[in-house]
Design a protein around this ligand. Structure first.
Ligand code: 5CA
Length: 433
C-alpha cells in the first residue's frame, strides 16, 4: 500500500479525552474514530489489526474443532422471554421495536439464539459434542464506557457455545478451550492469567477470566506469587507452555477472592490490575432446560444437553496488545497482528535512484505476499520517522540518496530500535525469512 493512496489520519497532538496509553495511541495513529460514547468507526489501519486478531482467534478455534457460524446482531425478544433473561438483563440491553411493533434487541450475547438454532436441527446424541462460534458485534449499554475500545458499548466479540451429552464431556471441552485460549493470546504476544471468576449474568457455576496484567486494567485480581516466578522465567518457552505452568496456581478475580478462605499465605499473595480479554463458562443445563431442549440419548431416552460458552473480546484485545507493547514513540506491533509487516520510507521522493530502489523493493516484497506500507509522500524525513514509529510496524526500511547510489538500505527493528545498513538484497532476504 502506498501511503499517498492510503487513508491514515494521524493526530499530532495527544487527544485530551484519552486517559490511557492504548486509547491515546489508537486515536493518534488513526486506527479508530469515536462516533458516540463507546461507539467507534474502525479506520483502515485499525481494521487491519482487528482483522488479524480475529483471524488468529478463528484459526485456533477451527484447529480445536469448533465450527463457525454468523448470527444476526438483532434478535427477537421472544427467545429472551423463554430463558427469563428479558427482564433480568436490565438497561444494559438495547431494546427497540420494528415497524410492526415487534420487540427486537441488539445482541449483548447469544446463548438464547444458539440454543434456538441447536434445537431446530440437533435431535440425537450422535451429533454431539458440538461447539459453534461466531465473531460478531455486540451491544451493551455500559454505564461507563471508557478507555476507547477497551470498554465500548458496541464491541466485537468471539462467542462460542458448546453442547454435550453429560457434565464430564462439557468439562473436557472447557479444558480444551482453556488451552486454546492460552495459544490464542500467546500468538498475539500476550500472557494471560486464568483467574477463577464469578459467572454473573451469563450464569453457570464454574468460570475463568483470562486477564492480561496491566496497571490500567479494570479488573482487580489476586494471585500466588508463584505466578510471578513463572512469568519471570518465560525465556525460551512458548507462552502457552507458560499457561500450562500457571494452571493450578491460585489466581482469583475480586468477587471470588475471600481473604479468610484464601489458600495462599499472606506474604505470598499478590494484588494486581488486569484487562479481561476472555471468559469461559461451564453453563450446565441453564439454557437448554429453560428453553426445553432435549435430544435422544444412546438408550433412547430424552436428555437435556449440558453447555459451555466461551468469549473473547476481539476489539478489546487490540487495546490490550497496545497496553502491553509500546514505548514513548508509539505502538510496537507483534508481527502476528501488525497492520503491515514493513514500513518502507523513501527519503527523497523524486530522486530517480531512490524511487527506483524503493519501487523494486516494494514490488519484490508484495509479490511474495509480504505486507508493506510504502511512504512515498514528500513529507520531511523527521516527520516520516516519527509517523512510522507511531504506527509501530515491526520493520522499517529506509532508503535515501546516499544508500541508493550504492544499493544499500537501512533496516530498523521497531522493537529494539536496532538499525543496520546493508545491501538491498540482504534486507530482502532477511525480510522474507
Ligand atoms: N456469552 C459469553 C461468552 S460466549 C459472554 O458474553 N461473556 S462475557 O460477558 O464475559 O464477554 C466476553 C468477553 O467480551 C469479555 O471477556 C471481554 O473481553 C469482552 N467484553 C465484554 N464487555 C466488553 C465491552 N464493554 N467492551 C469491550 N469488550 C468487552
Amino acid at each position: 500500500m502506498r501511503l499517498s493512496k492510503f487513508f491514515l489520519p494521524l493526530l499530532r497532538e495527544n487527544p485530551s479525552e484519552a486517559q490511557i496509553i492504548s486509547h491515546r495511541l489508537m486515536l493518534r495513529s488513526g486506527m479508530v474514530r469515536q462516533q458516540a460514547a463507546g461507539i467507534y468507526s474502525w479506520l483502515p489501519l485499525g481494521l487491519r489489526v482487528l482483522e488479524n486478531v480475529a483471524r488468529i482467534v478463528a484459526e485456533e478455534l477451527d484447529a480445536a474443532g469448533c465450527v463457525r457460524v454468523l448470527m444476526p446482531t438483532l434478535q427477537p425478544s421472544e427467545l429472551w422471554k423463554e430463558s427469563g433473561r428479558y427482564d433480568s438483563m436490565g438497561k444494559e440491553m438495547l431494546r427497540f421495536n420494528d415497524r410492526a411493533e415487534r420487540e427486537l434487541l441488539y445482541s449483548p450475547t447469544n446463548e438464547e439464539m444458539i440454543v434456538d438454532i441447536f434445537r431446530g436441527y440437533v435431535k440425537s446424541y450422535k451429533q454431539l459434542p458440538l461447539n459453534l462460534y461466531q465473531i460478531q458485534w455486540k451491544f451493551r449499554d455500559e454505564v461507563r464506557p471508557r478507555f476507547g475500545v477497551m470498554r465500548g458499548r458496541e464491541f466485537l466479540m468471539k462467542d462460542a457455545y458448546s453442547f454435550h451429552l453429560d457434565v464430564e464431556d462439557a468439562k473436557r471441552e472447557y479444558a480444551k478451550m482453556y488451552d486454546a485460549y492460552h495459544r490464542i493470546f500467546a500468538r498475539m504476544g500476550l500472557v494471560a492469567i486464568a483467574v477463577n471468576a464469578d459467572s454473573g449474568a451469563i450464569g453457570g457455576n464454574l468460570s475463568h477470566e483470562f486477564q492480561v496484567l496491566a496497571e490500567t486494567g479494570e479488573s482487580q485480581i489476586y494471585y500466588d506469587q508463584k505466578v510471578e516466578d513463572v512469568m519471570a522465567n518465560m525465556q525460551g518457552k512458548q507462552a502457552w507452555e507458560i499457561g500450562e505452568e500457571l494452571r493450578g496456581l491460585y489466581a482469583a478475580a475480586d468477587e471470588q477472592h475471600k481473604p479468610d478462605a484464601c489458600p495462599v499465605p499472606k506474604e505470598r499473595l499478590r494484588e494486581a490490575r488486569g484487562i479481561e480479554v476472555g471468559h469461559v463458562f461451564f453453563l450446565g443445563n441453564k439454557y437448554s432446560k429453560a428453553m426445553g431442549v432435549t435430544i435422544t440419548g444412546a438408550d433412547g431416552n430424552p436428555v437435556t444437553p449440558e453447555m459451555g460458552c466461551y468469549g473473547i473480546g476481539v476489539s478489546r484485545l487490540v487495546g490490550a496488545i497496545i497496553e502491553a507493547s509500546h514505548d514513548d514513540n508509539g505502538i510496537i506491533w507483534p508481527e502476528s497482528v501488525a497492520p503491515f509487516k514493513i514500513g518502507l520510507i523513501n527519503l527523497r521522493v523524486g530522486d530517480a535512484k531512490c524511487d527506483a530502489l524503493c519501487q523494486q523493493l516494494y514490488e519484490s516484497l508484495q509479490s511474495k505476499g509480504v505486507t508493506v506500507l510504502y511512504d512515498d509522500t514528500d513529507e520531511r524525513a523527521g516527520g516520516k520517522f516519527a509517523s512510522m514509529d507511531l504506527i509501530g510496524l515491526p520493520w522499517q526500511v529506509v532508503i535515501g540518496p546516499k544508500g541508493a547510489e550504492k544499493g544499500t538500505v537501512e533496516l530498523k527493528n521497531r522493537r529494539n530500535g536496532e538499525k543496520v545498513e546493508m545491501p538491498v538484497e540482504n534486507a530482502l532476504a532477511q525480510l522474507l525469512k
